[in-house]
Design a protein around this ligand. Sequence first.
Ligand code: GTP
Ligand code: MG
Length: 198
Amino acid sequence: MDFSKAQFEKAYGTFEQLPPCREPEIVFSGRSNVGKSSLINRIFNRKNLARVSSVPGKTVTINFYSVAGGVKIVDLPGYGYAKIARAEKQRWAKMMEGYFKSGRDIRLVVQLVDMRHPPTADDLTMIDFLEYTGYPFIIALTKSDKLNKTEYKNRLESIKTELKGIPEDRIIPFSAINGEGADTIRKYILKCEEEANA
Ligand code: GTP
Ligand code: MG
């Protein structure tokens, strides 16, 4: 896979609009403002593939990207932004349920959690849901560059307890600023592509 050849395809505002699943999908999920767009841009070596916003809660669509190599990248709308209206939250829930429960060929979910803080209640709900569905997933601990050495060490230690049961090699500190963790995440994506083409 050439990680630089990713292209934005389309944004969908409702689950019903989603195109049928024709290729294996790699999914990015996390709360609003966790750094999802920044991570996608870093992984695919692009400045503006996914829009980085200073105003959280903006991405309320499911965005599809195509990459050479026969897998699709799916960017889910962020959750947990307190200020959005109830109707929007319901729309979000419907989209998620629609996306995850329609038999799509989901090969990997990259679940983002802000490394600076314990997972939020919404994060834990999402992770429980992923465990329940059985989809393979990894945890990207975002914004790792914002922690000093001691904080970094402490958070990494604590998160292993907070996310008990998740194998340690699936918990990956990541920074969109200095690129920490990007290669590890790319390896997981490459493995999906290999398996998809096997
Ligand atoms: P929404 O789409 O609005 O839900 O947000 P998002 O999860 O896509 O987050 P986005 O990538 O837009 O980043 C949110 C803010 O965090 C921006 O100001 C980014 O510059 C900042 N940010 C994201 N990743 C990192 C990181 O690894 N390190 C640092 N220092 N800042 C980051
Ligand atoms: Mg975003």
